[in-house]
Ligand binder design. Sequence first.
Ligand SMILES: [Zn+2]
Length: 274
Amino acid sequence: MSQTPDRREPAQGSTYEVVAIRYGTRETSKVDSYHRYPEYGEPDVKVDMDYFFWVVRGQGRTIVIDTGFDPEVGVRRGRTVTIDPADALARVGVDPAQVDQVVVTHFHYDHIGNVDLFPRSEIVVADRELEFWTGPYATRLLVASPTESNEIRRVQDAARDGRVRVVGEQAGIAPGIDAIRVGGHTPGQLVLTVATEAGQAVIASDALHYYEEYELDRPFAILTDLEEMYRAYDTLRELAEPSGHALVAGHDPAVMTRFPGLSDETAEVAVRIA
Ligand SMILES: [Zn+2]
């Protein structure tokens, strides 16, 4: 994979600016990050996990992909808030009231926490995600622990208000922007592809926490289906490799160094994917 612009194909038609926003961090370890890590026969080491969400702008449209964790919830869970997601949006010039669509890639607390900042936006979720988290297994400890039930209820309420668009295996979100349901990490985990001037950006969200998962074929610790998680890595390979498209991992601190800063004012908060 390469991020060099000359290897990426210029997109035709509608293109967008994609911004990754880093709003939180914590220290963890490989044993806690990888599924059955001792299988690899390597010593445990400490690693940092960063927390991101993404803004897509262009064609008169603003789309927010995931909404980060509620700062109070993050602190309760031992995460460090580097910037309140609401403040981060202001720093990159996004008014939540003017956001057309919010894509929720999955229902974990760190992706769904501030949905109520966007009362006017259409919320896009996968069919299997909504079904699972409103179904009989949603409250079992090991699947429920990365969620907040009141936050899931907010999406259900929005669905009752007719503000939620439910998508299946593949769906167009806007011209040049597609959502692909890959599952694995959660039943309806979504990946987004976005046409940019420099080529296609692939926003993996938590289909890829760390680049190493994809490079070494090592599933992440939290999953609902191992086969789907492996298949998601293959899907990301197909989407990202042929012409060096920009692949954006969901929690890897390397995102902040692989891509250029958005501006001096947003240093350590935002990078431009394209
Ligand atoms: Zn996450």
